[in-house]
Unconditional design. Structure first.
Length: 441
């Protein structure tokens, strides 16, 4: 009889938080700076504040569900157990977009930045090389990945602190000439700009949910995972808001020659060529770390879906006997990541956003169904926690989904149709047996 191989529970709270921040990548603040600045018409502090409040509502739902169901697989497991197995499958299928295409973004971004630094080497070479490294690091084990992410996240936070120090220095040197700018504009136009900006910068918070896929490898997961989720969202919110406030005070208005490279231009304004060079180095490090963690999260989701026989169990449900890692799932994710050779960055981001926002809507709904409907927790305080808060979060995220362009929604619908057809194929023998039994009866 074959011995069952299980995960090792080795991850601490600090390591899980580092994982979440590594997936989120604090440096993303600068990589989307131009798009966010233009979308919010310069009111980035207000947009980040609104986005943080909205994300916090959804994070609270993840905390509730991670305490109730302390197994891996995040939204897939929560919806499956709270609402219905078929709904869980559909959500898990759509969430695959977020998890599987995140490594594609990392590979593509790494390839583009490295090609810009070393034009003689094609981006495709960097993409293939980094993809192989992602696979090797993940196969070796979760503890090695955790140590790596911990170091690189600290480096990113230190860089952001250095950037803030430059801003504070400029603020102190020109205090008399700097007029304090209002952070909340008045009028309908201003509110519209803030909400539009919030819909864009919500992308900067994606990643707090991925730590729920690490539950089977986390020490005391039912306590550690909820704490990690809250810490990740709060740390990110404080960083983004503080940086945006300081930048607004020093530079009340900005214009960029290239919106996609606005973060790079901002570095020159704040700290000159030296800060620009350091920025590129830390950014490449951040992209590498995010890629490693993205492969980790995606492979864990595939493994859980394999264990449930939602995906082929013989392939996705196995762990390596020595490394205790889902080697087959890791390989599958890295094969998909080769799409970075042909996909655009914009397309990959659309897939990730669609998957993440769909998961957020259904996790909020799962709280209402499980805690308020099934378990009848309906006191005054419980009604607020298990009904009002998750419904508010679901409505806000649902609104964000409507802001995705038509192409993204069509791609998502096509992907969902593929999942439905796949599920019908997988369940056809079982359905035939049920029909035959009914005919005999």
């Amino acid at each position: 009889m074959e011995e069952k191989v299980t995960y090792r529970r080795t991850l601490t709270l600090f390591q899980v938080v580092a994982f979440g921040l590594a997936w989120m990548s604090p440096m993303i603040y600068f990589t989307v700076y131009g798009i966010a600045y233009e979308g919010s018409s310069g009111w980035m502090t207000s947009s980040y504040t609104v986005a943080a409040a909205a994300i916090l509502l959804t994070a609270l739902s993840y905390i509730v569900m991670s305490k109730r169901f302390s197994s891996s697989a995040s939204a897939y497991t929560y919806v499956k157990k709270a609402i219905h197995p078929y709904a869980g499958f559909l959500v898990g299928w759509v969430v695959l977009l977020e998890y599987i295409f995140s490594p594609v973004i990392a590979c593509l971004t790494f390839g583009l930045y490295m090609h810009a630094q070393f034009p003689a080497v094609p981006a495709s070479v960097w993409i293939i090389g980094i993809n192989l490294i992602f696979a090797i690091v993940n196969i070796i084990g979760i503890k090695f990945s955790a140590g790596l992410s911990k170091i690189f996240v600290v480096v990113q936070i230190l860089f952001i602190a250095l950037f803030c120090a430059f801003l504070i220095k400029g603020l102190a040197a020109n205090a008399a000439a700097i007029a304090v700018q209002p952070l909340l504009p008045h009028g309908e136009w201003g509110i519209s700009a803030i909400l539009t900006g919030a819909s864009i910068v919500c992308f900067s918070f994606l990643g707090f949910d991925t730590v729920t896929t690490l539950a089977d490898e986390t020490i005391n997961a039912h306590k550690t995972i909820p704490r990690a989720i809250m810490l990740i969202v709060l740390i990110a919110a404080v960083m983004y808001i503080v940086v945006s406030v300081l930048t607004k005070l020093v530079f009340p208005s900005l214009s960029f020659t290239n919106g996609d490279a606005a973060g790079f231009e901002l570095m020159r304004l704040v700290g000159g060529a030296g800060l620009q060079s350091l920025f590129i180095s830390v950014l490449i490090m951040a992209v590498f770390t995010q890629g490693v963690i993205a492969v980790t999260s995606a492979s864990r989701l595939l493994h859980v879906m394999g264990n449930d026989s939602t995906l082929p169990r013989r392939f996705f449900g196995k762990l390596h006997s020595k490394y205790k890692t889902p080697v087959n799932s890791i390989a599958a994710v890295c094969v998909v990541s080769m799409l970075a050779l042909v996909l655009s960055l914009e397309t990959a981001i659309k897939f990730v956003s669609l998957g993440a926002l769909t998961a957020f809507v259904f996790v909020n709904g799962s709280v209402v169904v499980q805690m308020y409907v099934k378990e009848k927790r309906r006191s005054f305080s419980q009604t607020i926690v298990y009904l009002i808060i998750p419904l508010t979060g679901a409505c806000f995220v649902g609104w964000l989904l409507t802001l995705l362009d038509r192409t993204a929604l069509i791609m998502g619908a096509c992907w969902l149709m593929v999942g439905i057809l796949y599920h019908l194929y997988r369940t056809k023998p079982a359905l035939a047996a049920i029909m035959q039994k009914r005919q005999l009866d």
